[in-house]
Design a protein around this ligand. Structure first.
Ligand code: PBG
Length: 321
């Protein structure tokens, strides 16, 4: 039988497949989230997130050493402080756990890109992402604290601050504060399109923010139904001076990654979140999927959709397999 095109010609051998592969993953695509705790000595596994641990300062440095050795080029820090209060004061303590971690990592690993999550939910005793009043979350009061947090991270040496609280105006106010304090080269990675997702559950244990948290985040995070509104969030963050944008969660929101890729020129990150990670781990443990292959396919899909950076708890394991 003769007909002009047989696409299977492209699939006949591994060499041809690899020569014509449109999407490839490499170490530079990944950002590894890490939890640094002031409340433990050594490291402690997180039961909701298989194979992920919290670290104290010195075990964090050792963990990062082994990550750098397998090719990790960027980390995203989350802090678990000893002290929590209604205003999340520990989040901008110059001697806070994240600030100390940034300094320790910067002095050991000069080529590592250090990102720090900029939100109050790990630092407030009520677990909300900002300052609470009788009528709910006070967006603009929260911005003042986020400015202080971002400046304290920049002062400690963070390359990238990543506001994740979905406050209105967070990018503009953080940019202003950073510039006024002369941190003009600190980048802002905005969690621009962040959904109020059920897939953050395991993170809340990991970050110690579950304990007292009784509310929900639907007042400030996007509803899963919202596509146009998500695009507007991203456009606003671009206008406010964001350097990079993020879509979160990643795997369920590939359409949003593609939408942003087609509409903006900024580097684009996607966060494969705790629940997405834990589901694949659980399925692999139950013998339902091959763990590496399931993650590999997921990451290819995220990159193919348009993300240049993939934030994932599996980054180190992925690069060692
Ligand atoms: C907020 C923050 C959260 C995550 C990252 N930053 C939790 C939330 O918004 O409730 C979730 C990440 C994950 O689930 O892996 N500081």
């Amino acid at each position: 039988m003769s007909f002009p095109i047989r696409l299977s010609r492209f699939r006949g051998t591994p060499a041809i497949r690899s020569l014509t592969a449109e999407t490839q993953l490499s170490a530079a695509d990944f950002v590894l989230p890490l939890f640094v705790s002031e409340c433990i000595a050594g490291s402690r596994p997180i039961s909701s997130l298989p194979d992920v641990s919290q670290y104290d300062l010195s075990s964090l440095v050792e963990e990062v050493r082994s990550c750098v050795a397998v090719g990790i080029k960027a980390v995203m820090l989350f802090g678990i402080p000893q002290h929590k209060d209604s205003r999340g004061t520990a989040a901008h303590d110059p001697e806070g756990i994240v600030q100390r971690a940034i300094r320790a990592l910067k002095s050991e690993f000069s080529d590592l890109v250090i990102m720090a999550d900029c939100c109050l939910c790990e630092y407030t005793d009520h677990g909300h992402c900002g300052i609470m009043t009788e009528s709910g979350l006070d967006n603009d009061e929260t911005l003042k604290i986020l400015q202080a947090v971002a400046c304290s991270y920049a002062e400690a040496g963070a390359d990238v601050v990543a506001p994740s609280g979905m406050m209105d105006g967070m990018v503009a106010s953080i940019r202003t504060a950073l510039d006024q304090a002369d941190f003009t080269s600190t980048l802002i990675l905005s969690y621009a399109v962040k959904y109020a997702s059920h897939f953050y559950g395991p993170f809340r244990e990991a970050a110690g923010s579950a304990g007292n948290f009784k509310g929900d985040r639907r007042h400030h995070q996007l509803a899963p139904s919202q596509r146009m509104e998500g695009i507007r969030e991203a456009e606003l963050d671009v206008a406010e001076g964001a350097d990079m944008l993020m879509v979160k969660p990643a795997g369920l929101y590939l359409d949003m990654i593609r939408d942003l890729r087609e509409r903006t020129l900024l580097p684009l990150a996607a966060y494969h979140v705790s629940g997405e990670y834990a589901m694949i781990k659980a399925a692999a443990k139950a013998g339902i999927v091959d763990e590496y292959e399931a993650f590999n396919e997921t990451f290819i899909a995220i990159k193919r959709a348009g993300a240049g950076l993939i934030i994932t708890y599996y980054a180190k394991e992925f690069l060692t397999k």
